[in-house]
Design a protein around this ligand. Sequence first.
Ligand code: CA
Ligand code: CA
Length: 302
Amino acid sequence: MKKLTRDNVFYAFSDDLEPALEIEPGEKVRMETHDCFCGQVQTEADTVDTLDWERINPATGPVYIRGALPGDILAVDIEDVQVADQGAMVCIPGEGALGDIITETEIRIFRMERGQALFNDKVRLPVKPMIGVIGVAPKGKPVPNDTPDAHGGNMDCTLIGAGCTVHLPVNTEGALLGMGDMHSVMGDGEILICGLEVQGEVVFSTRVLREAKLPTPFLDTTDLVATVHSAHTADEAADGAIHAMAQFLTEIVGMGVNEAGMIMSLAGELKFCQVVDPLKTVRFELPKSVLSAYGFSMGELR
Ligand code: CA
Ligand code: CA
């Protein structure tokens, strides 16, 4: 297995980055990631004022995938995600969905043990590691790591963990894949502007799909598929995710538009990924049992 250490960081997805690693499709990689503070927050005595804001939201990479060409789709199969046993959160006045009522800055450190995060002596929360930032070089200008968009990036989607396949568009030769910003616990919406921020390690491999006209970003987990869309408002993001799923069901699965709309309205779930980043991210989930009833399997995509 190839290994990429967490000192290979970048702060904006771009087609000008020098690859930190080159791999073949199918090759397994163990990639280390920093937490979103690049390890600068270790104790509750650390303060937000002394943070170096140039070193926020690092992603590890980029990884050049041989044979990936513009127009292809990169499928990233996430096999395992491990996180450190300590994480951090911050409250910052003016930041996040409660920034209007938060008046004091606070850093809090949480320990994880036996699969649970110790919130306080009353509350323990199950650890469910997820990758906040995963993306490829965008079309056009560089996109800072704090921003989600068509290239992936800071989608902060709780589905992106072990067992998830993330489909991303290839915009430049080699795709230039990067990941970071892991959370050991996070609720949909990420309302405060952070999850439980941790450093971690991900084991993944990739596939290059040449023919699949899948709307991207597109997620495939054990039980469901999901379209993901980011836009300036949550309304626009929702509209994008809904239309992307309708496109998938009509153009790829082969349903009529009315039937797709009916099944989406009955069995689909529209969910916020995050509402706190420069663009908002919404996903539309559909159970895979619907796809299999129509004789469709994600494995058919090549
Ligand atoms: Ca994030
Ligand atoms: Ca984060």
